[in-house]
Design a protein around this ligand. Structure first.
Ligand SMILES: NC(=O)c1ccc[n+]([C@@H]2O[C@H](COP(=O)([O-])OP(=O)(O)OC[C@H]3O[C@@H](n4cnc5c(N)ncnc54)[C@H](O)[C@@H]3O)[C@@H](O)[C@H]2O)c1
Length: 254
């Protein structure tokens, strides 16, 4: 084999959820730049359309609307993407959100919002795309977990539970679908300045206390996350499955 073309995704179809967001749009850019056909989906179709328009000079990228909390919406998305591109080689299962509160203040609605987006959405997206990949006998699924999957940071009870669930789900799906030549892995981003975290990180005291715990001395960037996703989507990681690759500047070392 040759190694020089490992990140060439020509003729591959990539479906990204949450692709209108800060990290998701960078992942879309990375794949278009590497030659893939990209289906960029988001609950906010205007964001997906904007990403698609911005990147359309670089290659084929088509916007789709989806609400990952609704199985019917997931089914429509996957059917539409298959009818447009005939196959799905890579799923970047990335849509997610966070509600930050002391545990005693969370409501049932908060629970449903976070769990339905971050955990139910990830599962049913993987299930529906998994059925396509099982027929193809090939595929790569990359779920988005978080450092919060393995740490008990305050005010993140529901988010941490959802992301811990994603990490565990990743292992089970990897185990069940290895025989179909489907790799299921996750990335676990550390703090990254995005739409989701901007308000929280704009507090200078909080910002400094977070940086103090990161050996590499900086936050993650959307580019850091996109590079890890490319690795897990590429042939470079063909013998890796069930893992969560933490992209966190060493935050979890001690
Ligand atoms: N930013 C960080 O520090 C950080 C750290 C760890 C993990 N993550 C994870 O990375 C992912 C992306 O987050 P981000 O920081 O780029 O935030 P973001 O808010 O910029 O992006 C999230 C995107 O998901 C979309 N989305 C939300 N609910 C949806 C739904 N029901 N259906 C479809 N799309 C939906 C949003 O419209 C948005 O475009 C999330 O899963 C998040 O939990 C982020």
């Amino acid at each position: 084999m040759t190694y020089t073309n490992l990140f060439n995704f020509t003729n591959k179809t990539v479906l990204i959820t949450g692709g209108g967001g800060s990290i998701g749009s960078e992942i879309a850019k990375a794949f278009v730049e590497c030659g893939a056909n990209v289906a960029v989906s988001d609950i906010d179709i205007k964001k997906a359309e904007h990403v698609s328009k911005t990147l359309s000079d670089m290659g084929i990228i088509v916007p789709f609307e989806v609400d990952v909390t609704k199985v019917a919406s997931i089914e429509k998305l996957v059917d539409d993407v298959v009818s447009r591109f005939k196959r799905i080689d890579i799923l970047v299962n990335h849509a997610g959100l966070n509600i930050r509160k002391p545990a005693v203040e969370f409501t049932e609605k908060d629970w449903d919002t976070v769990i339905n987006t971050n955990l139910k959405g990830i599962f049913f997206m993987a299930q529906k795309v998994g059925k396509v990949m099982i027929k193809q006998k090939k595929g790569k699924i990359i779920n988005t977990a978080s450092v919060s999957a393995v740490r008990g940071h305050p005010n993140l009870a529901i988010y941490a539970a959802s992301k811990g669930g994603v990490q565990q789900l990743t292992k089970v799906l990897a185990n069940e679908w290895a025989k179909f030549n489907i790799n299921v892995n996750a990335i676990g981003p550390g703090y990254t300045m995005t739409g989701q975290t901007m308000k929280f990180l704009s507090n200078q005291k909080t910002f400094k206390s977070i940086l103090d715990k990161i050996p590499m001395g900086r936050l993650g960037t959307p580019e850091d996350m996109a590079k890890a996703v490319l690795f897990l989507a590429s042939e470079a990681s063909d013998y890796i499955t069930g893992h969560t690759l933490f992209v966190e500047g060493g935050r979890l070392i001690d």
